[in-house]
Design a protein around this ligand. Sequence first.
Ligand SMILES: Cc1ncc(COP(=O)(O)O)c(C=O)c1O
Length: 372
Amino acid sequence: MDYETPQFFRVMQYAARADGDVVDMVSGNPDWEPPESLREGLRDYADGDVSEFQYPPSVGLTPLRDEIAERRGVDRSRVLVTNGAGEANHLATTSALDRGTGSEVIMTDPVYPYYAGRSNLLDAPATYVPVDETGQLDPADVRAAASDDTAAIVVNSPNNPTGAVYPPETVEELVTIAEAYDAVLVADEVYDHFDYTGTFESALAADSDHVVATNSFSKSLAITGFRVGYAVFPPEDGPLGELVERARTRHMLTNVTGSRPAQAAVLRALRDTPPEYYERNRQRLRERIDRFTDALDAAGAEYTTPGGSFYVMARFEGFPGTMENVERLIDEAGVAGMPGEAFGEARADWLRFALVTPRVDEAAERLADYLG
Ligand SMILES: Cc1ncc(COP(=O)(O)O)c(C=O)c1O
């Protein structure tokens, strides 16, 4: 895939400049409230001692790493707090490539565009494995694509953009393939709190030295602007112990460290937020998915019902998912989505709509009026 810069900001800017009213279904920015304890944590932080305003440890605040480690059932030494899952994915991929055991990265088509842009940036050849109509990945296809030159297999479940949740057997197979080719499975689990199937299982469950799980609080706590994420690396004393060491060094030399107020607020929210907060957000999204897909039915569109994350991909007869068509939808229908072609070749005919707006009914009606 010829991919230089992710197109999200281009579409968002185009929509912002539009003359008429536009329903924004481009970004992955939640439109719901963070937990109240997060706001409290921030307020309290502002009144803290000046010493609290200084550098936190480069690897992240110790109590935050402890909290993450406990939730993930791993030793704290394996947890590196990062500037979002974006940085966690970068560190996981680069440290896999740094091993020098392979130069190629396997990913899916459609793909989260930052993975593709990263392999271009790093001059690491990418091999794209197409997923099926429902967004599921067949591990046999990944096995067929893998070779001794494979450094990393980068997957995302629950998936952006397809909404697929990979069953535990798929993830286990992917781990086995990474082990067989001495590669690293980078499992981006940033939407783990948005699983509507009840079947999601973290790749960490495989307890393999060949897995790096990445995650963040951007989506689960509705704070994409805070930039707090993390990666869980294999144990330091294991065969791939070098990964975490390289990642720590790269993180420190690039960022020095992460933002302390953001980490402190996340820590408060993690400790004080009940499970109902996450369930409420899932319920809100389930309802939006139902309403949006009902309206897509009425418009005669083809679509995939997401089992997780918060995106719906839809295909309208005679209206492929090109950038030109996305701009036309913004100008003429007042709905902004992402072109399927931004995610690779497999869904080039499709459009992706993010359900992070209360105006999903309105958007669907506008689409039906314009394209139905
Ligand atoms: C699959 C995936 N990974 C990573 C990210 C980036 O997450 P963060 O804000 O934590 O960097 C996103 C954001 O939309 C995403 O969809």
